[in-house]
Write a protein of this length. Structure first.
Length: 390
C-alpha cells in the first residue's frame, strides 16, 4: 500500500488544491474574532460555575469550535488568495463577531440573535464549499452528505432559540449532535472530500490551541488585577503561568511536529484529520478553557481554599486536556501511552484531597505533576518521531 496516497475526488477528478501552504492573512483576521468568542465563553462559565452553566458553556463552545473548524476545511480546499475565500471569511467574520457578542445572553434574551448569526456563518461555509466543488477542489457527494445534517442542525438551533429553559437546552444539544454526526454518518464519501494541504491544516489547529492558551493567560491576569500583589497572589499567578507553559509544552515541544508528520504519511488523511483534529481537538480546547476558568478563580482566592467548582475546574481542566492528548495521539500516531494514565488519575485525586489546600498550593501541585509529565515526555519520545497506523 502506498502510505502517501491521496484520496481522489470522484465526480470532478483530482482536486487542484493540495499544495503546501501556510495560514493566510485573512484567516488570521478571522482567528482574532475567535479570541473574543473564547473570552466570552470563559466569562460565561466563570461568573456562575455551576453544572448547569458548565453544560451551557460547553454547548456554546462546541458550536463555536465547529464553525471555526468547518472554515479550516473549506479554506484548505480554496486558494489562499482567492476572492471567494477572502470575501466569505470577511463576511463571516462580521456575523461571528455578533455571535460572540450574544454569548453571555445565549440562554437568555439574546438566544435568537446568537442562533441566527451563527446559522448564517454556517451557511456561508456551505456556500464556499459549493464554490470549491465547482472549481473541482472538493467532492459534491461528500458536501451533500454533511450539508443535510448542518441545515437540520441550524434549523433546530434557530427553532430552539424561541423556546426557554430545558426545552432550549435539549433542542440545542440535539442540534449540535446532528451537526457533528454529519461527517461520521458519511465517512465513505468524506474520504474523497478533498486533498489536504497538510502544513496549512496542522498549523491552523495549532494556532487555535495558542488562542486558547492565550485566553488562560488573560484569565490569570483578569483574576489578579483587582487585588494587591502580595506573596500569595504572586505565587498563584506564577504557578498558573507555569501550568499554561506545561500545557503548551505537551503540545508544541515535540508533539505538533510528530502529528503533522503522521498526517502527512497517513494512508487515509481526510478521515484521520477529521477524527484527530475536528473532533478530538475539541477535548483539548475544552480542557484549556475549563482550566482558564479554574485559574481565574484560583488567582482571586490565592491564599484561601478553593470551593468545589473552582477546584474541579482547575484540576479537571488539566485532566480533560491530558485525556484529549491521549486520544489524539492514539488516533493519529497509533500508540496509546499507558504511562500517562496514572498522571491523569493523579489530577482527579488532587481535586478529591485538596479541599483544604490554599489556591496557590493547589496550583503548585498541578504544576509539579505537569513538570513530571513533561520530563517523562522528554525521556520517552524522541524529537519529531511519529508512529503511523497503516
Amino acid at each position: 500500500m502506498d502510505t502517501c496516497r491521496v484520496p481522489e475526488v470522484i465526480e470532478t477528478g483530482a482536486p487542484a488544491i493540495g499544495e503546501e501552504r501556510r495560514t493566510s492573512p485573512v484567516e488570521l483576521l478571522w482567528d482574532l474574532v475567535y479570541v473574543f468568542a473564547i473570552t466570552q465563553v470563559t466569562t460565561l462559565l466563570s461568573r456562575h460555575p455551576t453544572w448547569t452553566r458548565f453544560g451551557e458553556a460547553m454547548l456554546v463552545l462546541a458550536l463555536i469550535w465547529w464553525a471555526w473548524s468547518a472554515f479550516v476545511w473549506v479554506a484548505n480546499a480554496q486558494r489562499a488568495a482567492g476572492t471567494a475565500l477572502r470575501g466569505s471569511l470577511l463576511l463571516a467574520t462580521m456575523f461571528i463577531f455578533v455571535t460572540g457578542l450574544a454569548i453571555p445572553g445565549a440562554f437568555g434574551a439574546e438566544s435568537t440573535l446568537f442562533a441566527v448569526t451563527y446559522a448564517v456563518v454556517r451557511l456561508i461555509h456551505l456556500g464556499l464549499y459549493i464554490d470549491a466543488a465547482r472549481q473541482g477542489n472538493a467532492a459534491r457527494s461528500a458536501i451533500a452528505g454533511f450539508s443535510l445534517t448542518s441545515v437540520i442542525g441550524m434549523a433546530l438551533l434557530i427553532g430552539g432559540s424561541f423556546t426557554t429553559g430545558s426545552a432550549r437546552a435539549v433542542l440545542w444539544t440535539v442540534a449540535v449532535l446532528i451537526d457533528y454526526s454529519g461527517p461520521l454518518l458519511t465517512r465513505d464519501r468524506l474520504r474523497s472530500l478533498q486533498r489536504v494541504a497538510i502544513a496549512h491544516f496542522a498549523e491552523r489547529y495549532s494556532l487555535f490551541v495558542i488562542i486558547c492558551l492565550g485566553e488562560s493567560i488573560v484569565a490569570i491576569g483578569v483574576g489578579a488585577s483587582p487585588h494587591r500583589l502580595d506573596a500569595a497572589l504572586i505565587a498563584a499567578v506564577s504557578l498558573g503561568l507555569l501550568i499554561t507553559v506545561g500545557l503548551w509544552w505537551m503540545y508544541f515541544d515535540r508533539f505538533a511536529a510528530s502529528a503533522e508528520a503522521a498526517l502527512r504519511e497517513h494512508h487515509d488523511p481526510v478521515l484521520a484529520a477529521s477524527d484527530a483534529f475536528s473532533y478530538l481537538h475539541l477535548v483539548l480546547v475544552a480542557g484549556i478553557i475549563v482550566f482558564a476558568v479554574g485559574a481565574r478563580l484560583a488567582v482571586r482566592a490565592a491564599d484561601h481554599p478553593l470551593h468545589d467548582a473552582a477546584r474541579l475546574a482547575l484540576c479537571g481542566g488539566v485532566a480533560m486536556y491530558l485525556a484529549g492528548q491521549l486520544a489524539f495521539r492514539a488516533r493519529l500516531l497509533g500508540a496509546i501511552q499507558y504511562w500517562l494514565l496514572p498522571l491523569l488519575g493523579a489530577f482527579l485525586l488532587l481535586y478529591a484531597v485538596g479541599a483544604s489546600f490554599p489556591a496557590w498550593a493547589m496550583a503548585g501541585a498541578i504544576a509539579a505533576l505537569l513538570a513530571v509529565l513533561c520530563a517523562g515526555e522528554a525521556v520517552t519520545r524522541p524529537r519529531h518521531s511519529a508512529v503511523v497506523t497503516r
